[in-house]
Design a protein around this ligand. Structure first.
Ligand code: SF4
Length: 465
């Protein structure tokens, strides 16, 4: 480790106890726990149907909730099942939901971004995957433009080379693979066994089919992980050369996610070990040509997300980071979240409720929120912190007709401590995160989160550092 790197590590370890607290990951603001069941669905339908929206591009998310087996660490909205016909029943429900949106005129909007997530989208058979893409094409304007971002999450354990070829043929040009860790002991402890050779073989096939981008998901803080074991995993990851790598910090919340009770707490790395794992990831990936673009996400320096960040075109949404080609996002399926204009809504989080609502031709939306001016202003600042790593309070406040020194007096006072700790610097127009500050990015966002104190008691966030 170079002298600079060891100073940085020492600073992180010194400040971690002060800043380590539960906090959101800010894939939206306000965050999902603040959506209200009192929200009137018809407001959202009216907003979607506004004629002036029809020329704007759209980002479309499709949630496929099924998994064949449970990964013990999982905190996703999923349903573990092997029931024959589950996929087809779900496709019938999606068909009905899509038809509702067609009635609102959303079908005229060009889908520049498409993402299928889960659960495990590749739980569906090849025939069902094809049927799902046809359903979407029947209801929305899909594009074959080379700059489209059409991505799907795949589970290496459920995908054959034939399926990879099919996905390319269906129009996907980006794939994301759940890796987590290559160490056999860790894989066994989390109930997700997928040997390196299996992933290497699949990666080779993905490259052969000319996908524009391949992304890997890793998790640190899992049982039995050590710097020594994880450095071997990182070496294997780098050998496979994904374009993007998302590294998430595992949040052990067994009271909230029952499957995590199968993980022996005593096998988890300590807080200090986790910080060292995070540092190992940082230095190893930086030395291998990857750059940290914000929260948890590393990309090759030549990747378009890295270019987009430099040019201020990066966007953060429920799937992480993407290019800013569509502001509005429509989510389809069980528990899917949509963000159209100043509204955020979420479909029923219980699969049976979702299926029953769609079967009855009713709206599957179960909760939502209309953002106030204050929410929009704070959202802009938080997204600037996450995507640009710099923010200007005066410019943002001016956009909404406020004077920053008065409107954000308390927040500006709070920032002084971040400056004193070397996490941000003042610039001519505002503030910029330092290299050290990037490790405390969520804490900085929390300064501007006016909803934090209203977080429901049953919601437990992961630790910020
Ligand atoms: S991690 Fe992915 S594959 Fe595993 S249970 Fe969760 S959603 Fe399913």
């Amino acid at each position: 480790m170079s002298q600079n790197a060891s100073h940085l590590q020492a600073d992180i370890e010194r400040l971690a106890p002060k800043y380590q607290r539960p906090g959101p990951r800010y894939t939206s603001y306000p965050t999902a726990p603040h959506l209200s069941e009192a929200f009137a669905t018809n407001q959202f339908e009216a907003r979607c149907a506004q004629a002036d929206q029809r020329d704007l591009p759209l980002s479309l998310y499709v949630h496929v909730p099924f998994c064949r087996s449970i990964c013990y660490y999982c905190a996703c909205n999923k349903v573990v099942t092997r029931t024959p016909g589950a996929g087809q029943e779900y496709l019938n429900a999606l068909d009905k939901e899509l038809a509702r949106y067609r009635d609102w005129g959303l079908n005229q909007r060009l889908v520049t971004q498409l993402h299928w997530g889960g659960g495990t989208p590749t739980y569906l058979s090849d025939a069902e995957l094809t049927q799902l893409m046809h359903l979407i094409a029947r209801n929305y304007q899909l594009t074959d433009a080379p700059d489209r971002e059409y991505s799907i999450e795949i589970d290496p354990r459920t995908v054959s080379k034939q399926t990879i070829a099919l996905l390319r043929g269906l129009g996907f040009n980006r794939l994301s693979l759940g890796i987590q860790d290559f160490d056999p002991l860790v894989q066994k402890a989390i109930n997700r066994v997928q040997p390196y050779e299996m992933v290497a073989d699949l990666t080779h096939s993905i490259r052969e089919h000319g996908f524009k981008s391949l992304s890997f998901d890793l998790i640190y803080g899992l049982p039995h992980q050590s710097e020594q074991s994880f450095s071997k995993t990182l070496a294997k990851v780098i050998r496979l050369g994904p374009d993007r790598i998302a590294c998430y910090n595992y949040a052990h919340l067994p009271n909230r996610f029952t499957s995590q009770r199968a993980i022996d707490r005593l096998t988890l790395p300590s807080a200090t070990q986790r910080l060292r794992l995070q540092r190992l990831i940082d230095t190893t990936l930086a030395d291998s040509g990857y750059v940290l673009i914000g929260l948890d996400h590393y990309v090759k320096t030549t990747d378009e997300l890295s270019v987009a960040q430099r040019e201020g075109r990066l966007l953060r949404n429920f799937q992480g980071y993407s290019l800013k080609s569509a502001e509005d996002m429509m989510g389809i399926g069980h528990s899917a979240i949509s963000q159209i204009g100043d509204m955020i809504v979420q479909n029923a989080r219980n699969l049976d409720d979702y299926l029953a609502k769609t079967e009855a031709n009713e709206s599957p939306i179960s909760r939502g929120l209309t953002l106030t001016q204050d929410d929009l202003l704070r959202r802009d600042i938080i997204m600037d912190i996450c995507c640009k790593l710099e923010f200007s309070l005066s410019e943002t406040c001016q956009r909404y007709g406020y004077q920053a020194q008065r409107y954000l007096k308390k927040e500006i006072e709070d920032l002084q401590e971040f400056i004193a700790d070397g996490l941000i610097n003042e610039t001519d127009s505002g503030y910029r995160l330092t290299t050290l500050g990037r490790h405390f990015l969520r804490n900085l966002c929390m300064v501007f989160d006016a909803w934090l104190e209203r977080t429901p008691v049953d919601i437990k966030y992961s630790k910020t550092v």
